[in-house]
Design a protein around this ligand. Sequence first.
Ligand code: NAD
Ligand code: MG
Length: 418
Amino acid sequence: MTKTRHLTILGSTGSIGESTLDVVARHPHRYQVVALTADRNVEKMLGQCTRFHPSYAVMLDAPSAGRLEDRLRAAGLDIKVLSGIESLEKVASLPEIDTVMAAIVGAAGIRPTLAAARTGKHILLANKETLVMAGRVFMDTLKQHHATLLPIDSEHNAIFQSLPSRFNGDLAGSGVRRILLTASGGPFRKVDLEMLETVTPEQACAHPNWVMGRKISVDSATMMNKGLEVIEAHWLFNAEPEKIQVVIHPQSVIHSMVEYIDGSVLAQLGNPDMRTPIAHALSYPERTESGVQSLDMFKVARLDFEFPDFKRFPCLRLAYEALAAGGNMPAVLNAANEVAVEVFLAGRIPFTAVPVMIEDVMKSTERQNVPDLESVLLADLQARATAREWLTCNTGRIQEGQYPHSVPDSKTDNPHTF
Ligand code: NAD
Ligand code: MG
């Protein structure tokens, strides 16, 4: 008999959260939902509570929690409603759960994900920002508390599936030559560079292959998402940056590859549907139905590969630079990116200002070590303040169309090639 997993799903109303519940609903005997969390979407949370009957529902703030509580009471549902960051930490570390799906978007996910690590949970990690911001602290915490981690990000899940089953963090010892991290190239892979300045948030969010939340969709358009994933791969697989080659693969059918020293390249393929990595991680090491259709090779017909262009995608270069610098720099990169994406989505800066803002924030921040969660959170806060200052200083120029359009002294060659 398969043991029932008791789950907390952080960010259950998001794209990953909903896909997780879709998989969970297919296997009611395997999974029991104990806690769900969301920011302010009371309607969606109410629907999920009605369907999955968790013991806890956590909302971001007290007013949303109050509205949810009223609705649940009216529906005759007895579910504890909580709010705030401490409550997120609480439901990520409940003694009655064994597994946490970490699917909050952005830096907001770090504290509950670390709480799950401190209580030795089995963590399914979609929130890549936790690893980007606090890779060392998070990996050490996992080890110290015997927590386990499986990647949900499709590329990292593919890499995990392509590595030897008993991979112990030693790539060279496992005969791995390099990791080939695939990227779709997003919606602007072929758009004229001059046109990038005028692209709209809607165009940036219209990903050619994946349906995702708005933040990660913009990250895919700038390729910051791939940059964050390079840092994520570094921590997950103990891979030096020069062992991680980004490969643009517009069809998004190969989700990533591992090359071995004998010349073998192992890959994981499938339709671009996050239910595959979610089902894999939920039931690992077994396999279960995910609802994903068979990959139709005849329809796919061809697989293309391209070299990533740092001139078109300066965010990718910035991420490699942040990883090389280490310390607070990946957290600074992440925080500046979150602010830049937010103000781009709000129509306050053009798309091409996103990397300019991030690079300016990185340049004006001193490199420091971040030995614990507090120092990571401080680096995050300071970088956000610097990014907001940048916005205040540059808003007038942006409105007049006079701000620096391209990242100055932008290197166009990609040093991370073989
Ligand atoms: P989304 O925006 O669709 O959902 C985010 C979830 O987090 C929602 O439930 C929202 O209510 C919650 N949330 C947002 N801000 C919050 C806050 N301040 N406090 C508490 N909860 C908050 O995002 P998504 O696309 O599902 O992505 C979630 C994570 O998974 C991200 O880290 C993303 O990088 C990663 N990821 C997503 C995909 C994908 O296909 N969507 C693929 C790989 C990795
Ligand atoms: Mg990904």
